[in-house]
Design a protein around this ligand. Structure first.
Ligand code: SAM
Ligand code: SF4
Length: 584
């Protein structure tokens, strides 16, 4: 056991948030103390994203600051985890010797031993220090990277998948900061990696090949989370609707069924062609979780790949009252020529056909369940002309997303696009296209918002609104105020790309780049005030709702005690960032 303290900051998508949660759970079980202040920590870890350059810059600047701090605190252990570590490998340590631990996303189960070795190595370096060789200038160099080649090995399916143990070890309740207020939302990974190789994207290189977790493991995890008080689960995968587990070829190691490599097949089907008794398709998995874990009141999944989205999945969603009417289906571009250069594998017509089909099955405003869509777009992809861009604008108008994540193309080392295509759209043009799309998305989002006025919805209260949090931060805490952490999930994830809180990482599937420090929950105070408290929550279509609630009701109930609950509301008005509602 150790009494060392760990600070972990997360950049990027929900997958990274989940990885951080699992890693912290493991470190906590080993006796590490978790701290929300980097300055207090013996071990500083960054879980990184390399989807866009901007997200990387933040990490480089943090590392630069730590290099200065290490001169004063040479025993400090610094770790870079995640996609940047995997992509840059040892070159990262050469560039930044302040880094002691490098751990790719496929090796996170090894992190505790890497940290332990790094702590010991730093002690040895300190003992060996000479005026010419300062310990603070040397890395303890503990490295675990998978390298994309190893994950593509033909024997993978037969090998023990130790990363699965990290998911299985999930410490469901101890990670919660406030035992009196169990959190209500959680992520559950169903697939890892990606086989799509979109030409701009680093994910297949940093997270490796698509791997599907055994359905029993997923269902058990959902049950354990439900037992711990979770009522909303978001299933995660880069192409989440590609999930399939073929039981006939399942491999067990020491009695534990191992995750399975995704099979490649020609898409365009309406039903999973491998469906049958020996297979758990994505539709089967959704139906299983819905049936076997009824206390999960909201089941979501991100991110969906538009091609191969079968009617089987849409049917299950339609039949299942607790599966949310929300699909995040990135289009990336509205130009067939650009889509082809991106290797997206569908045309605009096919994409729109899917949206029409999804709406036919799932858009039921008459029963209070409109279908809400969100999308991702990349503007300024190499050779993108005004005409291509106008086609993207037309697609956005036609698709009517409630929100979109819009990114300027960022050439990524190691991808096909950076090697094959010149980044020839000037930055000013990318910026202008980005601004135009955001403006259009805001317009459409507001229009969709106005359509909801007068409608009644169930809303899961997630926490204080950003405005309320800022208001409280400005007010000095009253003497005797008790500080309490409340939130159903990471700070209200704005309709990110349509406001200034957009994820810097370009993750798209992630609502925002959270500086998810330890528990990633906003702090609020439970002072008794006569002023109403602004809470925020989401409809099952993932629309943000603001509610102004008396700080304390006549029955004595405080507004913040509603966090984590599902309440019925009526929408009164709509703004760019969300809907305002009254409690019913
Ligand atoms: N798997 C999901 C999919 O296919 O839609 C998304 C995963 S990706 C990490 C999230 C988003 O980041 C993508 O949808 C894309 O819009 C954006 N993105 C990825 N690579 C990018 C790049 N090189 N430049 C700009 N945006 C990028
Ligand atoms: Fe895979 Fe999505 Fe990246 Fe394409 S954009 S390679 S589907 S993660």
């Amino acid at each position: 056991m150790t009494s060392r303290s760990v600070y972990l900051e997360t950049f990027g998508c929900q997958m990274n948030e989940l990885d951080s949660e699992l890693v912290l759970g493991q470190l906590r079980q080993l006796g590490y103390r978790l701290t929300g202040e980097a300055a207090d920590a013996d071990i500083v870890l960054y879980n990184t994203c390399s989807v866009r350059e901007h997200a990387e810059q933040k990490v480089w600047s943090r590392l630069g600051e730590l290099a200065i701090r290490k001169k004063e605190q040479p025993g400090l252990v610094v770790g870079v985890l995640g996609c940047l570590a995997e992509r840059d490998g040892t070159a990262l340590v050469k560039r930044m010797p302040v880094v002691d631990v490098l751990c790719g996303p496929g090796e996170l189960d090894k992190l505790p031993s890497l940290i332990d070795n790094a702590v010991r190595t730093r002690t040895a370096l300190l003992a060996d220090e000479t005026p010419y060789q300062r310990a603070s200038d040397r890395s303890a160099s503990q490295i675990a990277l998978q390298g994309s080649a190893s994950r593509r090995s033909a024997v993978l399916a037969a090998a023990e998948d130790s990363l699965e143990m990290l998911d299985l070890s999930r410490s469901v309740s101890p990670i919660d900061p406030d035992p009196d207020r169990p959190r209500s939302s959680a992520y559950v990974r169903i697939t890892r990696g990606c086989n799509k190789f979109c030409t701009y994207c680093v994910v297949p290189f940093t997270r490796g090949a698509e791997i599907h977790r055994p359905p029993d493991h997923i269902v058990d995890e959902c049950k354990r989370l439900a037992d711990a008080g979770v009522i909303e689960i978001t299933l995660l995968g880069q192409t989440v609707n590609h999930y399939r587990f073929e039981h006939g070829s399942a491999v067990a190691v020491n009695g534990v069924i191992q995750p399975q490599k995704g099979r490649s097949y020609a898409g365009g089907h309406r039903r999973d062609p491998f469906a049958g008794e020996q297979t758990t398709t994505f539709a089967d998995l959704l139906a299983r979780i819905h049936e076997e874990v009824p206390s999960i009141q909201r089941l979501r999944f991100v991110t969906s790949y538009p091609r191969d989205f079968g009617d089987d999945v849409l049917e299950v969603i339609r039949q299942s009252p607790r599966i949310c009417r929300y699909l995040h289906v990135p289009a990336q571009s509205g130009s067939d020529r650009i889509l082809q250069m991106m290797n997206r594998g569908y045309t605009v017509a096919e994409y729109l056909e899917f949206l029409d089909r999804a709406r036919q099955f799932l858009d039921q405003p008459e029963i209070g369940r409109p279908l809400m869509l969100s999308g991702d777009f990349i503007v300024g992809f190499p050779t993108e002309t005004d005409e291509d861009f106008e086609a993207t604008i037309a697609l956005m108008r036609r698709a009517r997303y409630k929100n979109s994540f819009i990114f300027k193309y960022s050439p990524r080392p190691g991808t096909t696009a950076i090697n094959k295509y010149k980044d020839d759209v000037p930055e000013a043009v990318k910026r202008e296209r980005n601004t135009r799309m955001l403006a259009l998305q805001n317009e459409i989002g507001e229009e969709i918002g106005r359509e909801q006025i007068g409608r009644e919805f169930s809303v899961l209260i997630e926490g204080l609104s950003r405005r309320e949090t800022k208001k409280r931060a400005r007010q000095a805490p009253a003497p005797g105020t008790v500080s309490l952490t409340v939130s159903a999930r990471t700070a209200p994830a704005g309709e990110a790309a349509a406001d200034d809180s957009a994820c810097d990482s370009g993750c798209g599937s992630g609502p925002k780049c959270s500086s998810a420090v330890v528990e990633s929950r906003p702090e609020v105070a439970t002072e008794v005030s006569s002023e109403p408290v602004q809470l925020t929550g989401r409809t099952d279509g993932d629309q943000i709702v603001f509610l102004n609630i008396p700080a304390r009701s006549e029955s004595g109930r405080t507004a913040v005690s509603m966090v984590g609950e599902i309440v019925r509301v009526r929408i009164e008005s709509a703004q760019a960032l969300g809907l305002s509602a009254v409690l019913l």
